[in-house]
Ligand binder design. Structure first.
Ligand SMILES: [Ca+2]
Ligand SMILES: [Ca+2]
Length: 325
């Protein structure tokens, strides 16, 4: 009896310590997933170099993963993807460097058909294409039983791992988490590297999270589609947000920063406004109007946080981040 009670308590402690603590699958309350159609994305991958991994890390005679081609990673997410294979990598570059704006700065898309069949990857960034820093990944999935080829994972047990949502929903990454890392500049990220997680529970083959836990994900997957399937990476902030063209430099100003009840939008040259949209950082449209009375946008109905205001005039469109206190 005592033995059974001890086992019960051990299991309880175990299940408590492995309790989900990160955000849930796309579409559920609190999910940080961002749909590919979201307005927050201003650009997508321009160039890619893929190094395929093995179909099965423990059986190299099966060769490399082969599904998809590099061009499938370019442009907007569309479910066409490249299978990286066990431990395979994709090194991505962009039209403009990515910078650390408020909230997530880019998002990684896999092509999973479900909320629970998840293949995972690490994400690293670089300011020179040579030296990369990894986002601190966390996996709270149990490590006693191997997730099989078509086994299930829970998104809420995964953090800072690409592939935690179904296809067309990007996993957001916030460069702010890496702002104190030496040898990269989070205001100028030129390359992103995606590295397949080898989900084996064999410590000689497997992959570890930031806290030294083995990451359990479907293994083996001895098919041409082995490993993480990289569809796309969407950019939320790049240096174009900072480099306003010379002729527009003082054309619009939003102040104060942070704002409380009112945000003033000031034009230094005559402008005919077509629309004013405000998005939250997940890309959800939360305010829409086609006029601005006395240059004021009332923020009374807005919660505290960061937002993107997008002002479209007849000849230009300007987006600026603002904070409400
Ligand atoms: Ca950020
Ligand atoms: Ca694609």
């Amino acid at each position: 009896m005592f033995y059974r009670v001890s086992i019960y308590i051990a299991c309880l402690i175990c299940s408590l310590s492995l309790r989900a603590q990160f955000d849930p699958p796309a579409g559920q309350p609190g999910s940080r997933a961002i749909h590919a159609d979201s307005n927050v994305f201003i650009d997508w991958v321009k160039d890619v170099v893929v190094k395929r991994g093995w179909v099965e890390a423990g059986n190299e005679s099966l060769g490399n993963a082969s599904y998809g081609q590099e061009s499938d990673i370019l442009g907007k997410a569309d479910l066409s993807a490249v299978s990286l294979g066990d431990g395979g990598t994709a090194t991505l570059s962009f039209n403009f460097p990515i910078w650390n704006g408020p909230g997530p700065d880019f998002a990684v898309f896999e092509n999973s058909f479900s909320d629970s069949f998840l293949e995972l990857a690490f994400v690293e960034v670089s300011s020179d294409g040579e030296y990369f820093v990894r986002f601190p990944a966390q996996s709270l999935t149990q490590t006693d039983v191997q997730i099989e080829s078509f086994g299930s994972l829970e998104a809420a047990k995964l953090h800072n791992l690409a592939g935690k949502y179904r296809g067309m929903y990007g996993v957001p990454f916030d460069l702010d988490e890496l702002r104190n890392q030496p040898d990269i500049d989070v205001q100028s990220i030129t390359h992103i590297r995606i590295i397949d997680v080898i989900g084996s529970l064999d410590p000689l083959l497997g992959s570890f999270d930031d806290e030294g836990r083995l990451i359990n994900d479907p293994y083996p997957t001895p098919f041409p589609t082995s490993g993480f399937d990289l569809d796309a990476v969407g950019v939320i902030y790049d240096t174009r947000n900072l480099l306003v063209p010379e002729q527009n430099k003082s054309a619009i100003r939003c102040f104060p920063q942070p704002a409380s009840d009112v945000l003033y939008v000031e034009f230094t040259a005559p402008a005919i406004i077509e629309s004013i949209n405000v998005y939250d950082l997940q890309g959800k449209l939360i305010y829409k109007s086609n006029l601005l009375v006395e240059g004021k946008l009332s923020l009374e109905s807005f919660p505290a946080g960061s937002f993107i205001v997008e002002v479209s005039t007849i000849d230009t469109k300007i987006r600026q981040v603002f904070m409400k206190r």
